[in-house]
Design a protein around this ligand. Structure first.
Ligand code: 4AD
Ligand code: MG
Length: 478
């Protein structure tokens, strides 16, 4: 085992007078005496008490916010309140100076907009370090959940040669020269001369490949980056985001819903147990933030109450048709308050509708299922009514859609017909169709937008603030 002298461990150690060394970044230095030191292992700072009479004045001047220092001293019971232990400093070494005049992260409140421009330093703030630690914890919980439940982790490709998912615009992957791309006889770009000898893109989802693995390993999941070049500049969309996609052979849609619910509750329970300090900090932030909003836009609940509520509630399962009726007869629809009116069965639901259902009508997480076939992807299983498919979306308060999934069309003839109706060349999907040719079976899966989950858990309102380096239209700095 590696020796662990992180501030997190030291703060849990009994003050025993032991000699310790700890390294970190200075948060504040008060009265030439008290250093608040943080190393990112925890939201708490370690108080280091300097004997300034016996410390070189030049050295004292270099202990400024943002500087990296190494502190050696004894771990003792703290005289001050707020912490159990502190370090009585014997020796300080400045490892890296910081210029307090220009260091952007001052010990005061900065706006999230400002901090996005300082994304390389914002993780040194309490809020962002808490969010990123929870992000890490959540991804660990996800792997643990699947591991405990007999799933295998599949690394589906990032570069894909199939563009059939239809989940959104794709980013091209090419090594062809932009200016002088080789052309075919008909004047189109000749991708046979490209790196892979064909058109390739960054993947929008690992589902199709995960399906092929589920048809051999039974229970699999992928968890990786996905890319969508949709031009939606919202607080819930990224051009590069991480998706968790389980896929299970022999599961029908009901089992798929059970899995989604159990999985989400497990990971939330996990962070409530293991990420308490950070969650409590973010809870306070959330409550303060809500208090600045007009009464009618405030969350009725604190962040911790929201998380607890999701753990204790059964997600309401509602068919698209039922939801459509609720929306059609709703007050905002009748008063023409929705931007997109709901007056015809078959309309796609917008986030204003999803949020009405979750936040106003049901006041609980909702799973909508059996959507109209023509607003959903080709691979979803057609119901006997011939017009709806076995799709499901999990909708969350404040977030809207957090999960999208379905039972897959396992019947070769039905799938082929759908593909041809869409004008997709069957040959492109030969390998996908093979799973329906050789030992096809009922199977289901879903995709959870990881950043949306992190948003829900941390209470951060903008998705750009839950991923280290957000990629959005016109923005790929860092
Ligand atoms: O609903 P989507 O498009 O589903 C799929 O891609 C399926 N192939 C998943 C599957 O069945 N295996 O995306 C799944 C989830 C959404 O519910 C949403 O949470 C998230 O991915 N998502 C985004 N998150 C951030 N930025 C974007 N641009 C997103 N697009 C989708
Ligand atoms: Mg979706």
């Amino acid at each position: 085992m590696l020796m662990n002298n992180s501030i997190k461990t030291l703060l849990q150690t009994e003050p025993n007078g032991a000699k310790v060394n700890v390294k970190g970044w200075v948060k504040t230095f008060r009265a030439n005496r008290f250093i608040a030191l943080n190393d990112g292992s925890t939201i708490q700072n370690l108080q280091c008490v300097v004997d300034f009479d016996n410390t070189d004045e030049e050295l004292l001047k270099r202990i400024t916010t943002g500087a990296a220092i190494s502190v050696t001293g004894t771990l003792e019971a703290s005289q001050g309140k707020g912490q159990k232990v502190e370090i009585q400093v014997d020796k300080i070494e400045v490892l890296g100076d910081s210029d307090p005049e220009v260091y952007p992260i001052q010990p005061k409140k900065h706006s999230f907009e400002f901090l996005r421009e300082q994304a390389h330093l914002r993780v040194r703030t309490q809020t962002f370090s808490a969010v990123m630690r929870l992000r890490s914890l959540l991804s660990f919980a996800i792997h643990q959940y699947f591991n405990e439940n007999g799933f295998y982790y599949v690394h589906t490709p990032i570069i894909t040669g199939s563009d059939a998912e239809g989940a959104g615009e794709m980013f091209r992957v090419s090594t062809l020269p932009l200016k002088n791309a080789p052309k075919t006889e008909t004047g189109e770009i000749d991708f046979s001369e490209d790196f892979f000898g064909k058109e390739t893109n960054l993947t929008v989802s690992g589902q199709l490949e995960a399906e092929t693995y589920a048809m051999a390993l039974s229970k699999v999941y992928t968890f990786g980056p996905t890319f969508r070049a949709e031009n939606s500049n919202t607080a819930r969309h990224l051009a590069e985001f991480w998706m968790v996609e389980p896929e299970v052979a022999f599961n029908d849609l009901d089992a798929n819903m059970d899995l989604a619910e159990d999985f989400i509750q497990y990971v939330i329970r996990y962070v409530l147990e293991h990420g308490k300090e950070d969650l409590e900090f973010l809870n306070e932030r959330f409550v303060k933030e809500e208090a600045t909003k007009p009464q009618n836009q405030r969350s009725e609940w604190s962040l911790l109450e929201k998380l607890q509520f999701v753990l204790e509630s059964q997600f309401k399962r509602v068919s698209y048709t039922e939801a459509y009726e609720i929306l059609r007869n709703s007050k905002p629809n009748k008063k023409k308050k929705f931007q997109f009116p709901v007056n015809e069965w078959g309309v796609d639901l917008q986030s204003e509708h999803e949020r009405y259902l979750v936040e106003k009508h049901f006041k609980s997480p909702v799973i909508l299922f059996d959507y109209p076939a023509n607003i959903k992807a080709f691979y979803m299983r057609l119901n006997d009514d011939g017009k709806t498919v076995r799709a499901m979306d999990v909708l969350f308060p404040g977030i809207g859609e957090i999960v999208g999934g379905s039972q897959r069309e396992e019947r070769l003839d039905v799938l082929k017909e759908k593909i041809s109706k869409l004008g997709i060349d069957e040959k492109e999907l030969w390998w996908y169709l093979d799973t329906r040719r050789f030992g096809t079976a009922v199977h289901s899966g879903f995709g959870l937008g990881f950043e949306r989950l992190v948003q829900f858990v941390t209470g951060m309102s903008n998705i750009r603030d839950v991923i280290p380096y957000p990629r959005t239209p016109q923005n790929a700095e860092f």
